[in-house]
Design a protein around this ligand. Structure first.
Ligand code: SAM
Length: 354
């Protein structure tokens, strides 16, 4: 492990690594696979994709090594994602390796829950701290039409298994699509309340891969609040000093929920997140056109200092504010067309890790 005090690059707990807008390098999303077992229309609407070549995928040892370099530079929060991370064989083994890195304060996983029934306990036992489950509907037939897979019961079993395994602070993430599931907000809040999970409603984002996106399909933060106010009465925003993407709110009866409003209310100025793809490209923004290659130097036996130097240079130069630029860029449509996505699968949200 690279002790922070000995970092050759003058980065330490007292001197955090900052980008051009003074944002610290703090959260890292690690995509462990670009594959997924669902075909949600807002993310992976095609049945087939250009997949990353197997030989380019980082091994668990390579992931742990890169994460160690990142944590030596200030990263404290690591989230495993994908694609669908549970499709990566032996994921608990990777979790065990990361859980032994004392610099990681929050080790989390984002999953669609399809395979959680079998994997929740091994993941918990391996030292995973937290789980966020994606669930867009409580209705089986609607789930089948949104995801093109008729396995809603399996996802609910996965959520229950996560609870049983001992994960507390469960989060449920719901992408809200106009005319498709915007009538389920209160039902989902109640579902979350029933299982002790906090639901976070996500605005439909025009990220790469969302080839069916249009402004009219975005059910906005303002509309979500209006809908929930009609049902529950006055909603109170929780004032928090946090770089988390969700704004949190309290209902009159004390229940809380979150909204991630990247489309209408971007939060680029507090964004401390970056993303590592399963084949070792490092992206500094979900909307970025290109990433920084860490695979090549890693496999060319670069030292940890050399890898750290690349990361430091990348972060110091970072001036991305993709969501804000999309919002201010005038008429908005699909970000990347299918042809371009086929030529460069790294432009896909499911490749760079949502
Ligand atoms: N497969 C895992 C899952 O479903 O949680 C992890 C990867 S998935 C890309 C991560 C999150 O991104 C999910 O909650 C998904 O709903 C969200 N997402 C994907 N495409 C989106 C879009 N166009 N707008 C908003 N959220 C999106």
């Amino acid at each position: 492990m690279l002790p922070r005090a000995h970092s050759p690059l003058n980065v330490s707990a007292r001197q955090p690594l900052l980008d051009q807008f003074g944002r610290p390098l703090r959260s890292l999303r690690v995509s462990v696979t670009d594959r997924c077992n669902l075909r949600c229309g807002y993310c992976m609407p095609q049945e087939n994709y250009v997949w990353l070549p197997k030989e380019a995928l980082l091994s668990f040892e390579e992931i742990a090594r890169l994460v160690e370099v990142f944590t030596s530079l200030g990263v404290e929060d690591v989230r495993l994602t994908g694609g669908e991370p549970l499709l990566r064989r032996d994921l608990p083994h990777l979790v065990r390796m990361l859980a032994s890195n004392p610099a990681i304060k929050d080790l989390a996983l984002t999953t669609n829950g399809v395979q959680m029934d079998a994997q929740a306990q091994p993941l918990y036992d391996a030292g995973l701290h937290r789980v966020t489950l994606s669930l867009d509907t409580l209705r089986p037939e609607r789930f089948a039409s949104l995801t093109r897979r008729d396995i809603h019961a399996q996802v609910l079993a996965g959520i229950e298994a996560a609870r049983r395994a001992g994960f507390d602070k469960l989060k449920i993430d719901t992408v809200v699509l106009r005319g498709e599931n915007d009538d389920e907000l209160a039902d989902l809040v109640e579902f979350g309340r029933g299982i002790g999970a906090e639901v976070r409603f996500i605005e439909y984002m025009d990220v790469g891969g969302a080839t069916e996106w249009s402004p009219g399909k975005v059910f906005t933060r303002a509309e979500m609040l209006e809908r929930l106010t009609q049902r529950y009465g006055t909603i109170t925003p929780l004032v928090e000093n946090s770089s988390a993407p969700a704004e949190r709110f309290r209902l009159p009866d004390g229940a809380t929920f979150g909204i991630i409003a990247s489309t209408t209310t971007p939060f680029c100025r507090t964004c401390d997140r970056s993303r590592l793809t399963a084949d070792g490209l490092w992206y500094l923004c979900l909307y970025a056109q290109s990433g920084i290659d860490l695979l090549q130097p890693l496999r060319a036996s670069a030292s940890s200092d050399e890898l750290a130097a690349r990361i430091v240079a990348g972060w110091r130069a970072r001036n991305d504010r993709g969501a804000e630029l999309r919002k201010s860029g005038g008429e908005r449509g699909v970000l990347v067309d299918i042809e371009q996505l086929r030529n460069d699968p790294h432009l896909e949200m499911h490749t760079r890790g949502g």
